[in-house]
Design a protein around this ligand. Structure first.
Ligand code: NDP
Ligand code: 2IT
Length: 448
């Protein structure tokens, strides 16, 4: 697509304002290039201030997080909350604790979150936050001390009608519990200020499962456009955390076969499939013992590939569930050459631009993260609803709603892509559908 001057100028403006932020620029470039058909069609979006405003966070909070480790030594980390856009509802998005966390990564995640949340059909704005704190190898007590110090600063910027954080990489049920407990002490309020809470203190059934389940539901919808089902498909999965575990669980439930899982040290390949029993063992390994995926190979006699990603393994469908830019252009080529014809992104921006190009050019079924992984935040939205009503829904009720939302997101992205002249291109479809709703709301509200 040849870019019109408005998009070129906007991207130039964003690049100048945000030097040294490659992940953020990657996310903005992809969205702004792909929404060009909507900008060209409707003059209202040709006001450059819409695109400039959207790429500028409403507020960025950066703070010091001092804490004391088990040896009695003082440690200092950096905490962040990027409140990107609240045109559609309170700021909403996860917290990531990982050593790589920096403004570029959180801004890319916060920017993506705006459009993702727009697609969910629920009233949520976009935000992201976190810290360069590395939870690997830390004791529960150290994680508790860190979370309490983090919340000592964060509490004043969030609230159930202001900004509702949740989990992401390195932030799961344990961390949400510690963060929630301290928020409650500081404010003397029991509110739905965080999602992903424990089931007996305000959490929603299916929230833990939602990202993985949603991503597989999205894959089912993509396959249905070719009159196919997921049953019997051989699937590669990366990661072994929250998103990966429940992707594998749903694949098993639907009769597909997941053959790989990974962590940052390497991946395992189990040609017999990661059965329900083996997955239960992985969940205990990762969520309780907090061990390495390599142990799976030792336990079940599978193959382990140190320092590698699973994209060289033959499969029908691939589910990247670890992190950004984990599929290179080269990996994409290998996947396609080996017969893979569906990629559904549970992770945020896992495919490098060169990989996305190949998926689109070769016309395989490609579900971009902001559509395919929206089930996580959508179910967070359902948790907020239940908290507001002070009434929990059953597991079945939440899963039905999640399924309906994923079907709706796919339909919206699919129809929008066709409407704007790019049939089958869910990158164009999801970005335009997400953008139009946010831009209209911003215009209605006087571009604030
Ligand atoms: P977890 O922390 O539960 O798991 C992350 C997994 O990815 C771990 O196996 C981890 O391995 C691996 N990983 C993390 N960073 C890297 C890296 N740099 N290189 C290789 N492997 C890595 O996080 P989630 O499962 O929650 O998140 C995974 C992805 O899904 C992220 O992109 C996240 O943004 C996205 N996502 C999550 C949602 C949620 O609700 N949790 C919702 C929507 C998207 P190791 O333990 O070795 O670090
Ligand atoms: O990337 C994401 O959508 C998440 N990490 C979930 C955010 C949320 O608020 O549930």
């Amino acid at each position: 697509m040849k870019l019109i001057p408005l998009i070129q100028e906007t991207l130039e403006f964003v690049r100048k304002r945000n030097p040294n932020e490659p992940e953020f620029l990657q996310a903005v470039t992809e969205v702004y290039e792909s929404i060009q058909p909507a900008i060209q069609r409707d003059e209202t979006y040709q006001d450059i201030r819409i695109l400039e405003s959207l790429a500028e966070p409403d507020r960025q909070v950066i703070f010091r997080v001092p804490w004391v480790d088990d040896k009695g030594n003082f440690q200092v980390n950096r905490g962040y909350r990027i409140q990107f856009n609240n045109a559609l509802g309170p700021y909403k998005g996860g917290l990531r604790f990982h050593r790589s966390v920096n403004p570029s990564i959180l801004k890319f995640l916060g920017f993506e979150q705006i459009f993702k949340n727009s697609l969910t059909t629920l009233p949520m704005g976009g935000a992201k936050g976190g810290s360069d704190f590395d939870p690997h190898g830390k004791s529960d007590k150290e994680v508790l001390h860190f979370c309490q110090s983090f919340m000592t600063e964060l509490w004043r910027y969030i609230g159930s009608d202001t900004d509702v954080p949740a989990g992401d990489i390195g932030v799961g049920g344990r961390e949400i519990g510690y963060l929630f407990g301290y928020y409650k002490r500081l404010t003397n309020e029991f509110t739905g200020v965080l999602t992903g809470k424990g089931l007996n203190w305000g959490g929603s059934l299916i929230r833990s499962e939602a990202t993985g389940y949603g991503c597989v539901f999205f894959a089912q919808e993509m396959l249905a456009t070719r009159s196919e089902t997921i049953q019997g498909k051989v699937c590669t999965v990366s990661g072994s955390g929250n998103a990966a575990q429940y992707t594998v669980e749903k694949l098993n439930q639907l009769g597909a076969k997941a053959v790989t899982m990974s962590d940052s040290d390497g991946f395992i390949f189990d040609k017999d499939g990661i059965s329900e029993e083996k997955l239960a063992w992985v969940m205990a390994l990762k969520n309780v013992r907090r061990g390495r995926i390599k142990e799976y190979a030792e336990k079940f006699g599978a193959n382990y590939f140190a320092g590698q990603r699973p994209w060289g393994i033959e499969c029908d469908c691939a589910f990247p569930c670890a992190t950004q830019n984990e599929i290179s252009g080269e990996d994409a080529k290998t996947l396609i050459d080996n017969g893979c014809y569906l990629v559904s992104e549970a992770a945020n921006m896992p495919s490098e631009p060169a990989a996305v190009d190949q998926f689109l050019t070769k016309k395989i079924l490609f579900g971009p993260g902001k559509a395919a992984n929206a089930g996580g935040v959508a179910t967070s939205g359902l948790e907020m609803t239940q908290n507001s009503m002070r009434l929990p829904w059953t597991r079945d009720e939440v899963e039905k709603r999640l399924h309906h939302i994923m079907v709706t997101i796919h339909k919206n992205a699919f129809q929008t892509a066709a409407e704007y002249g790019h049939p089958g291109n869910l990158v164009v479809g999801a970005n335009i559908a997400g953008f139009v709703k946010v831009a209209d709301a911003m215009l209605d509200q006087g571009l604030v």
